[in-house]
Design a protein around this ligand. Structure first.
Ligand SMILES: Cc1cc2nc3c(=O)[nH]c(=O)nc-3n(C[C@H](O)[C@H](O)[C@H](O)COP(=O)(O)O)c2cc1C
Length: 189
Protein backbone atom coordinates (compact mmCIF):
# COMPACT_ATOMS: atom_id res chain seq x y z
CA UNK A 1 0.00 0.00 0.00
CA UNK A 2 1.53 3.31 -1.07
CA UNK A 3 0.30 6.71 0.12
CA UNK A 4 1.14 9.90 -1.77
CA UNK A 5 0.79 13.11 0.24
CA UNK A 6 0.59 16.36 -1.68
CA UNK A 7 1.61 19.35 0.48
CA UNK A 8 -0.04 22.39 -1.05
CA UNK A 9 1.00 25.18 1.31
CA UNK A 10 3.79 27.61 0.43
CA UNK A 11 4.55 27.88 4.17
CA UNK A 12 6.83 25.03 5.33
CA UNK A 13 6.35 23.27 8.68
CA UNK A 14 3.03 24.99 9.28
CA UNK A 15 -0.58 23.89 9.72
CA UNK A 16 -1.07 22.06 6.43
CA UNK A 17 2.25 20.22 6.53
CA UNK A 18 1.91 19.28 10.22
CA UNK A 19 -1.51 17.74 9.57
CA UNK A 20 -0.29 15.97 6.44
CA UNK A 21 2.76 14.64 8.32
CA UNK A 22 0.46 13.24 11.02
CA UNK A 23 -1.71 11.55 8.39
CA UNK A 24 1.33 10.02 6.69
CA UNK A 25 2.65 8.89 10.06
CA UNK A 26 -0.69 7.19 10.80
CA UNK A 27 -0.59 5.50 7.40
CA UNK A 28 2.98 4.33 7.88
CA UNK A 29 2.16 2.93 11.35
CA UNK A 30 -0.32 0.70 9.55
CA UNK A 31 2.32 -0.62 7.18
CA UNK A 32 2.01 1.76 4.21
CA UNK A 33 4.93 3.29 2.38
CA UNK A 34 4.57 7.06 2.06
CA UNK A 35 5.88 9.91 -0.02
CA UNK A 36 5.37 13.62 0.59
CA UNK A 37 5.50 15.97 -2.38
CA UNK A 38 6.29 19.59 -1.52
CA UNK A 39 4.65 21.47 -4.34
CA UNK A 40 6.09 24.77 -3.12
CA UNK A 41 9.58 23.46 -3.86
CA UNK A 42 8.65 21.82 -7.16
CA UNK A 43 8.53 23.33 -10.61
CA UNK A 44 4.91 22.78 -11.59
CA UNK A 45 3.72 25.25 -14.15
CA UNK A 46 0.05 26.01 -14.80
CA UNK A 47 -1.90 24.26 -17.53
CA UNK A 48 -1.50 26.14 -20.82
CA UNK A 49 -4.27 24.33 -22.74
CA UNK A 50 -1.89 22.93 -25.33
CA UNK A 51 -4.14 19.83 -25.41
CA UNK A 52 -1.42 17.34 -26.19
CA UNK A 53 -3.18 15.29 -23.49
CA UNK A 54 -6.27 15.02 -25.66
CA UNK A 55 -4.13 13.40 -28.36
CA UNK A 56 -2.04 10.91 -26.35
CA UNK A 57 -2.67 11.50 -22.63
CA UNK A 58 0.67 13.20 -22.01
CA UNK A 59 1.43 16.82 -21.15
CA UNK A 60 3.83 18.69 -23.39
CA UNK A 61 5.03 20.92 -20.55
CA UNK A 62 8.29 19.42 -19.25
CA UNK A 63 8.72 20.15 -15.56
CA UNK A 64 8.44 18.25 -12.25
CA UNK A 65 4.92 17.18 -13.16
CA UNK A 66 6.36 14.97 -15.90
CA UNK A 67 7.52 12.47 -13.24
CA UNK A 68 4.72 13.13 -10.80
CA UNK A 69 2.11 11.68 -13.17
CA UNK A 70 3.55 8.21 -12.52
CA UNK A 71 3.38 8.75 -8.75
CA UNK A 72 -0.24 9.90 -8.96
CA UNK A 73 -1.23 6.96 -11.18
CA UNK A 74 0.54 4.33 -9.07
CA UNK A 75 -0.45 5.50 -5.55
CA UNK A 76 -3.07 3.48 -3.70
CA UNK A 77 -4.01 6.51 -1.60
CA UNK A 78 -3.66 10.20 -2.43
CA UNK A 79 -3.90 12.85 0.29
CA UNK A 80 -4.32 16.37 -1.08
CA UNK A 81 -3.59 19.01 1.55
CA UNK A 82 -3.90 22.77 1.23
CA UNK A 83 -4.74 25.90 3.14
CA UNK A 84 -7.80 27.80 1.94
CA UNK A 85 -6.72 30.82 -0.09
CA UNK A 86 -9.67 32.99 -1.14
CA UNK A 87 -12.05 30.04 -0.71
CA UNK A 88 -10.03 27.81 -3.00
CA UNK A 89 -6.81 25.80 -3.04
CA UNK A 90 -3.46 27.60 -3.11
CA UNK A 91 -2.30 28.44 -6.61
CA UNK A 92 0.51 25.89 -6.19
CA UNK A 93 -1.94 23.08 -5.42
CA UNK A 94 -4.34 24.23 -8.12
CA UNK A 95 -1.57 24.11 -10.73
CA UNK A 96 -1.01 20.41 -9.90
CA UNK A 97 -4.75 19.75 -10.01
CA UNK A 98 -5.12 21.45 -13.38
CA UNK A 99 -2.18 19.56 -14.84
CA UNK A 100 -4.00 16.34 -13.97
CA UNK A 101 -6.26 17.16 -16.89
CA UNK A 102 -3.83 14.82 -18.69
CA UNK A 103 -5.08 11.94 -16.50
CA UNK A 104 -8.69 13.02 -17.01
CA UNK A 105 -8.02 12.85 -20.76
CA UNK A 106 -6.57 9.32 -20.47
CA UNK A 107 -9.57 8.24 -18.43
CA UNK A 108 -12.51 9.93 -20.12
CA UNK A 109 -11.45 11.09 -23.60
CA UNK A 110 -9.00 8.45 -24.78
CA UNK A 111 -10.29 5.70 -22.45
CA UNK A 112 -6.79 4.25 -22.23
CA UNK A 113 -6.65 4.24 -18.41
CA UNK A 114 -9.01 2.25 -16.18
CA UNK A 115 -8.12 2.89 -12.54
CA UNK A 116 -9.67 0.71 -9.86
CA UNK A 117 -11.64 3.39 -8.04
CA UNK A 118 -12.99 0.90 -5.52
CA UNK A 119 -9.49 0.16 -4.23
CA UNK A 120 -7.83 3.55 -4.73
CA UNK A 121 -8.78 6.22 -2.20
CA UNK A 122 -8.35 9.95 -1.83
CA UNK A 123 -8.54 12.34 1.10
CA UNK A 124 -8.53 16.10 1.47
CA UNK A 125 -6.92 17.95 4.37
CA UNK A 126 -7.78 21.66 4.33
CA UNK A 127 -7.02 24.44 6.78
CA UNK A 128 -8.54 27.93 7.01
CA UNK A 129 -8.37 30.91 9.32
CA UNK A 130 -12.00 31.94 9.57
CA UNK A 131 -15.04 30.04 10.82
CA UNK A 132 -17.68 30.54 8.12
CA UNK A 133 -19.87 27.57 7.27
CA UNK A 134 -19.01 27.79 3.56
CA UNK A 135 -15.26 28.07 4.14
CA UNK A 136 -14.51 24.69 2.59
CA UNK A 137 -17.14 24.61 -0.19
CA UNK A 138 -14.65 25.59 -2.89
CA UNK A 139 -11.87 23.18 -1.92
CA UNK A 140 -14.31 20.30 -1.41
CA UNK A 141 -15.71 20.76 -4.91
CA UNK A 142 -12.27 21.01 -6.50
CA UNK A 143 -11.10 17.93 -4.56
CA UNK A 144 -14.17 15.98 -5.70
CA UNK A 145 -13.39 16.54 -9.38
CA UNK A 146 -9.62 16.18 -8.87
CA UNK A 147 -10.05 12.78 -7.26
CA UNK A 148 -12.39 11.71 -10.03
CA UNK A 149 -9.84 12.76 -12.67
CA UNK A 150 -6.99 10.87 -10.97
CA UNK A 151 -9.09 7.76 -10.46
CA UNK A 152 -9.53 7.56 -6.70
CA UNK A 153 -12.66 7.44 -4.56
CA UNK A 154 -13.02 10.55 -2.36
CA UNK A 155 -13.08 8.68 0.94
CA UNK A 156 -12.13 11.10 3.71
CA UNK A 157 -11.71 14.74 4.56
CA UNK A 158 -10.33 16.69 7.49
CA UNK A 159 -11.33 20.36 7.55
CA UNK A 160 -9.75 22.55 10.23
CA UNK A 161 -11.03 26.08 10.91
CA UNK A 162 -9.57 28.90 12.97
CA UNK A 163 -5.88 28.40 12.06
CA UNK A 164 -4.18 31.62 11.01
CA UNK A 165 -0.71 31.73 12.51
CA UNK A 166 2.24 29.63 11.48
CA UNK A 167 2.09 26.14 13.06
CA UNK A 168 -0.88 27.19 15.22
CA UNK A 169 -2.27 23.68 14.90
CA UNK A 170 0.50 22.48 17.23
CA UNK A 171 -1.62 23.94 20.04
CA UNK A 172 -4.49 21.63 19.06
CA UNK A 173 -3.28 18.05 19.51
CA UNK A 174 -6.82 16.81 18.84
CA UNK A 175 -6.51 17.92 15.20
CA UNK A 176 -3.12 16.21 14.88
CA UNK A 177 -4.71 13.06 16.33
CA UNK A 178 -7.61 13.38 13.85
CA UNK A 179 -5.12 13.55 10.98
CA UNK A 180 -3.19 10.49 12.21
CA UNK A 181 -6.47 8.62 12.55
CA UNK A 182 -7.44 9.63 9.01
CA UNK A 183 -4.13 8.21 7.76
CA UNK A 184 -4.73 4.95 9.60
CA UNK A 185 -8.30 4.60 8.26
CA UNK A 186 -7.14 5.20 4.69
CA UNK A 187 -4.80 2.24 4.93
CA UNK A 188 -6.95 -0.16 6.94
CA UNK A 189 -10.20 0.25 4.93
C1 LIG B 1 -3.39 34.65 0.11
C2 LIG B 1 -4.14 34.11 1.30
C3 LIG B 1 -5.50 33.92 1.20
C4 LIG B 1 -6.23 33.39 2.27
N1 LIG B 1 -7.58 33.20 2.13
C5 LIG B 1 -8.29 32.71 3.17
C6 LIG B 1 -9.69 32.52 3.07
O1 LIG B 1 -10.31 32.78 2.03
N2 LIG B 1 -10.35 32.04 4.14
C7 LIG B 1 -9.71 31.74 5.32
O2 LIG B 1 -10.35 31.31 6.28
N3 LIG B 1 -8.35 31.86 5.43
C8 LIG B 1 -7.63 32.35 4.40
N4 LIG B 1 -6.27 32.50 4.51
C9 LIG B 1 -5.58 32.05 5.75
C10 LIG B 1 -4.95 30.65 5.62
O3 LIG B 1 -5.86 29.71 5.12
C11 LIG B 1 -4.47 30.21 7.01
O4 LIG B 1 -3.54 31.12 7.52
C12 LIG B 1 -3.87 28.81 7.03
O5 LIG B 1 -3.68 28.39 8.36
C13 LIG B 1 -2.54 28.74 6.30
O6 LIG B 1 -2.08 27.40 6.35
P1 LIG B 1 -0.51 27.06 6.44
O7 LIG B 1 -0.05 27.64 7.72
O8 LIG B 1 -0.43 25.59 6.37
O9 LIG B 1 0.13 27.70 5.25
C14 LIG B 1 -5.55 33.05 3.47
C15 LIG B 1 -4.16 33.26 3.56
C16 LIG B 1 -3.48 33.78 2.49
C17 LIG B 1 -1.97 34.00 2.61
Amino acid sequence: MHVLGIMGSPRRRSNTELLLDAALRGASECGATTRKVLICEADIRPCMEYYQCAVDGTCSIMDDMTHLYDSVVSADVIILSSPVFFYGLTSQAKALVDRCQALWARRYMLKTWHPDTELRRGALIAVGATKGVRLFDGVLLTAKYFFDAVGVRFAEHLLVRGMEDKAQVEGFPEYIDDAAELGRRLVLR
